[in-house]
Unconditional design. Structure first.
Length: 379
């Protein structure tokens, strides 16, 4: 959606601000057509995509004798495309996250339905895939995975499909990488960088305009939580030194918690899959975000579960959907923080972000008021 330029103002972060992470990412739109009409219910599309892509990718690259084993002990693990994208772990010499078994995956699967105007049909399936940092170099593996998955079929009935088009979406213009009937696949000429994200500003209405983030002393903006947002906060140590587990946030999401989770996700992705982000004071960023007030919240807790085909275990995919209105204490705080919302729109935020959870969007000035909006059901 575009807006008349004369109605917009925009502020870049002040020159003296701490450095922003320098990212490289690909955002792909993948359009497929079923060989026979089929419908995958919206509540399970994300589960089907995550399972089908992962298992097919692994079968494509993994030695057959290792398919039912954990990745990390495999002698080929450090050079394996599947292991480094779907099951990454920090190396023994890693300076960060050494105690974590898993790293954030350097991709995001965006199932159909993220865009309110998008229609899911029985004729085909269109979904998004974001690759971050070094994962962009694995694009040929993903394309081969899609080709094999289309031949093998997807969903409960293993319905085959044809890939009709793969498009690299970029703020400066989209590139078609593949069209059905062609045997040639093009590699993208450009990737999305931090400068690309910041060159496409959020629309901000001029002084006196209602709603969005007007040019008054206290800017406001509305965040929409499109797919379940799972945030946890409050971990620490009690007076006896015992660890206090983090608690799920099931209502009224504080802006400071959202920004901290964006910050942490960015930091880990950059450290292991891109250029390390050398921010001088992570704590101050979170403290600044704490000064942003939650003015109104219209969210609900959406319960979702999936069953792992490989292990048979149940995994919870629940989280918040809906929207919330926030007010910044001044324009300087807004100018410091808005870039992180751009990162969140691209990379999602919170738990299970690689599987499509935590999709957030900043509302446009033309959006309905928060009082009249109702949370979407998500996926």
């Amino acid at each position: 959606m575009t807006f008349p330029s004369e109605t917009l103002t925009h502020e870049r972060p002040p020159a003296q601000s701490p450095p922003l992470p320098q990212i490289r990412a690909l955002r792909l739109e993948i359009r497929t057509r079923w060989k026979r009409p089929t419908v995958i219910p919206g509540s399970v599309i994300a589960n089907v995509l995550r399972g089908a892509l992962g298992m097919t990718f692994r079968r494509l690259v993994c030695p057959e004798e290792w398919l039912n084993h954990e990745c990390a002990p495999c002698p080929l693990y450090r050079d394996c495309a599947y292991g480094q994208v779907f099951a990454p772990t920090p190396g023994a010499d890693a300076a960060k996250l050494r105690l974590q078994q898993d790293l954030p995956r350097p991709f995001v699967i965006e199932p159909p339905g993220l865009d309110p105007g998008e229609r899911v049909t029985p004729e085909g399936l269109t979904f998004g895939l974001v690759l971050f940092g070094s994962a962009t170099e694995r694009l040929p593996y993903f394309i081969s995975t899609l080709d094999r998955l289309g031949h093998d079929g997807m969903g409960r009935d293993r319905v085959p499909f044809a890939v009709e088009r793969i498009t690299a979406v970029h703020p400066a213009g989209d590139e078609t990488l593949f069209t059905g009937g062609s045997s040639a696949v093009s590699l993208p000429r450009r990737v999305i960088t931090t400068d690309d994200l910041l060159a496409a500003p959020f629309p901000i209405e001029p002084a006196g305009a209602p709603g969005f983030a007007s040019s008054v002393a206290r800017p406001r903006l509305k965040l929409r939580f499109i797919t379940p947002l799972l945030l946890k906060s409050g971990s620490g140590l009690d007076a006896n030194g015992r660890r206090i587990p983090a608690q799920e946030i099931r209502a009224r999401p504080a802006f400071g918690v959202i920004v901290r989770r964006i910050r942490d996700r960015l930091s880990a992705l950059c450290a292991f899959f891109g250029e390390p982000w050398r921010h001088p004071d992570f704590a101050s960023l979170g403290q600044m975000a704490d000064t942003v007030s939650l003015i109104d919240s219209r969210t609900q807790w959406l319960t979702r579960n999936r069953r792992s085909t490989r292990t048979g275990q149940q995994h919870e995919l629940s989280g918040l959907v809906g929207e919330a209105l926030y007010e910044f204490p001044n324009r300087e705080t807004y100018a410091e923080i808005w870039p992180f919302l751009k990162f969140a729109e691209l990379l999602h935020v919170g738990k299970l972000a690689p599987w499509g959870n935590g999709a957030v969007r900043v509302a446009t000035p033309a959006a309905a008021s928060i009082a009249s909006a109702s949370p979407r059901s998500g996926i």
